[in-house]
Design a protein around this ligand. Sequence first.
Ligand code: EPZ
Length: 433
Amino acid sequence: MDKFVVRGGNPLLGTIRVSGAKNAALPAMAAAILTDEPVILEGIPQVRDIETTRQLLAAMGAEVELGYGRAHHRTTICCRDLTSPEASYELVKTMRASTLVLGPLVARMGRARVSLPGGCAIGARPIDLHIKGLERLGAKITQEHGYIEATADRLRGGQIVFEKITVTGTEDLLMAATLADGETIMQNCAREPEVADLADLLNKMGAKIEGAGTPTIRVQGVEQLHGTKHRVIPDRIEAGTFIVAGALTGGDLNVSGCEPKHLTALLQKLGDTGVTVLQSTDAVRVIANGPLRACDVITEEYPGFPTDMQAQYMALATQASGTSVITENIFENRFMHAQELVRMGANIKIEGSRAVVRGKTELSAAAVQASDLRASASLVLAALVAEGETIIDRVYHIDRGYEHIEEKLRNVGAQIRRIGEILPKRAVPAVRA
Ligand code: EPZ
């Protein structure tokens, strides 16, 4: 299993480029199921979850071509001859977002057999709202042997009010409603930029969607959808991770190729901690500006502070003067990284859904292990400021959602290398201010 070896101490300097958003690419690839024509997606990041989705679609009979390097991170997917509308446990257990194929399969094929995802490191994460929504659209759903079986001659439009805001729940039912008979009105929807990006793609495929990005989405069902070309939005969480890295290491870092307006809550919070943040059309420059000030943070649905930035912010809070209270409102078990940070010398107390971080404390290198995608990112950030050489185990978690992060960070001055089984090398152009 791969590990990262990180020697702390270097401020990050220069320009680092953001890839396309994993959480926009996954639903976009599932959306290709809705048509028998090719869908061309650009900006698809070279991360493990994309490879898992390729396997998922290929197992159904789809043709999936992943192109990187000169192919501009382009993916061409054609679901003309789907033979088996099934998402197996083997794949779903490695990536819960596999459940995004449920709605599109029922809508297009009239049948879907999708494994229940099971437990997750950060919380129970049931998909009951996906199921209830599909039943509202007329699907017949049964559950046996750990699989959801969903059938419908043709889905019919209806009213869906989400009891809880769910990102992939909104995306799954949005896709299903595009081919339903009649109008669907969805309320209390997720407003994440990835939802709006999916609606943008679906409308290019011939869907009739209004209101994506707001709490109420209207979908007028159509008989069929066609192929198209679409570039997914930049990864706001990867961008946020690099912005926090720049602030934490006392650097001057330009994070390019991102969408600053998707990062408002984070940038406001960093401003409160005393960091200088300069925004331009597609970049954010972060300049350390003396000691960091402690600030509380509460994770919320978009446009609030993203839960996917909570772990990275905790690493920063360990270096801020004073007490930061971090409240996690989205997932019930998303503080696994805290004990690993404590192993490095941080002062963190967990009290239910709150983490009380007292800083600033000197961090020292230690052997630590990642438990999930964003937790692993926070360990890399902490190691960038720790005294000595930190060994981070289980970095397969970080490969799920960050494209060649160690090369990108090394290009702006980080001392980080990967040891263990070597992934296929792809040159990353060095960019320095
Ligand atoms: C998406 O997960 C993201 N994943 C997550 O990012 C992100 O943390 C999360 O949204 C919240 O922003 C993708 O987009 C692929 P939810 P999702 O449904 O859709 C409860 C990362 O690091 N819930 O919005 O699975 C659920 O348990 C990942 O990239 C139900 O109770 O999250 C949670 O408490 C991690 N029943 C809350 O809602 C349901 O049917 C929000 O979850 C669905 C959700």
